[in-house]
Design a binder for this molecule. Structure first.
Ligand code: S3P
Length: 415
């Protein structure tokens, strides 16, 4: 068996947070292995417009946090939901700082009511047309607040917690289903007065200290290679330095259900846990079921797991996934369109996908719908089936700018 080793690209969620939280801490920090993609460059641009000094040396970033917030600026969050939602939370509590947040066509059609409504009920002054971008935030002194999340969203959870940093009282967020906890972990590491008690997160107003660290690899980007290795005969791929925070590593639970042969090596814990993940071609793949508690732990992996489902011997079910309808594209519709074009046996309901083992073929042109995770899934399908043209695939740069370089490494081994 030929073996390929790749290094996972830096984690996108952690990169956004490292930039934003250090900018708001007002101190100096050095972030190594920062993801430099369309989304994180949008975050860099926004914090610079707020008065943060950022300098890049390769993928190492020096940040001199904001001493005095520049007001009256327009912050273009481009395609990045994380940038917009976290900034709405952070800025809503900075008195005297008024900003307009804009985004591209996709981001301007994504729901912001989920962050605007709870923030307004703690005293935020936020103006928008029907709760879509552009969103104007007039920073206010916010009051104490207790909120039960109606959806399992790390972006909403983070926006509410971040609004509490400079509030006049404490913030309690109750999350019935846990979502990624990078915000909680990083705030704690930066000295915030934050306590996690079961499903409750309690935050007292806090001044953040700057935090220098090295960002671990993104399991969402690694997942494309992990699934390829499981499906492609004679393939074995190791992806080094992958963040395996349990709130992100739901794909490994699916691999356990499916019977994929994988192993974790070189496990290390710094701020978060990382490992090298090796996956081998597995001949017999069992079907899988995903439901509400697993969904947030693999929300961004559903497109590539849908491709995996086509190779599992039986019918796989992905339930409770209506959140996919409001991602960079309507991902349920995009997956169904793309996989159907390859001959998949796939059906959608408003909040679920049913996918049966399918005899897929290449020789197709598919759309990316401007959605990086859809384009990446179809690039992987191309490596298995051949002759698939992905239209508008440059959106891959949103999360995985070095994908085509890694593709070359793959082709050198598996010609
Ligand atoms: C993210 C949270 C998830 C995920 C997105 C990044 C984050 O979104 O889909 O790619 O960095 O907090 P939701 O929190 O809206 O589910």
């Amino acid at each position: 068996m030929n073996k390929l080793t790749l290094v996972a690209p830096p984690d996108k969620s952690i990169s956004h947070r490292a930039l934003l939280f250090n900018a708001f801490s007002g101190g100096t920090a050095k972030i190594a292995n920062l993801l430099l993609s369309y989304d994180t460059l949008a975050t860099i641009d926004c914090i610079q417009k707020l008065g943060c000094r950022v300098s890049l040396n390769g993928d190492t970033c020096s940040i001199l946090g904001i001493k005095k917030f520049w007001s009256g600026t327009t912050l273009d969050c481009k395609n990045s939901g994380t940038t917009m939602r976290l900034l709405i939370g952070l800025l809503s509590g900075i008195r005297g700082c008024d900003c307009v947040l804009t985004g591209d066509e996709s981001l301007s059609s994504r729901p912001m009511k989920r962050v605007v409504d709870p923030l307004v009920s703690r005293g935020a002054d936020i103006v928008s047309t029907n709760d879509y971008a552009p969103i104007t935030v007039f920073g206010q002194n916010l009051k104490d607040f207790k909120y039960t999340l109606p959806i399992a969203s790390a972006q909403v959870k983070s926006a509410i917690l971040l609004s509490g940093l400079r509030a006049s009282g404490d913030t309690t967020v109750i999350q019935p289903i846990p979502s990624r906890d990078h915000t909680e972990i990083m705030l704690k590491a930066m000295g915030a007065d934050i306590l996690i008690k079961g499903e409750k997160i309690l935050l007292n107003p806090s001044i953040l200290s700057s935090l220098s660290f090295c960002i671990s690899g993104d399991i969402s980007s690694a997942s494309f290679w992990m699934v390829l290795a499981a499906i492609k005969p004679n393939c074995e791929i190791t992806i080094n330095n992958v963040n395996i925070n349990p709130t992100r590593a739901g794909i490994l639970d699916v691999f356990d259900q499916v019977g994929v042969e994988y192993s974790l090596g070189n496990i290390k814990s710094d701020i978060e846990k990382v490992a090298d993940i090796s996956v081998k071609y597995t001949k017999y793949l069992k079907p899988f079921v995903i439901d509400s508690t697993l969904i947030p732990r693999l929300i961004d992996e559903i497109p590539i797991l849908s491709l995996l489902a086509c190779f599992c011997q039986g019918q796989s079910l992905i339930n409770d996934c209506s959140e996919l309808r409001v991602k960079e594209s309507d991902r349920i519709a995009s997956i169904v369109e793309c996989l159907s074009a390859l001959g998949a046996n796939i059906e959608q309901k408003q909040d679920s996908l049913t996918i049966s083992q399918s005899d897929l073929h290449g020789d197709a042109t598919v759309q990316s719908y401007g959605d990086h995770r859809i384009a990446l899934t179809m690039e992987i399908a191309n490596l298995i089936l051949g002759n698939i043209k992905v239209v508008a695939r440059e959106c891959i740069g949103v999360s995985y700018p070095q994908f085509f370089a890694d593709l070359e490494k793959y082709r050198e081994i598996y010609k």
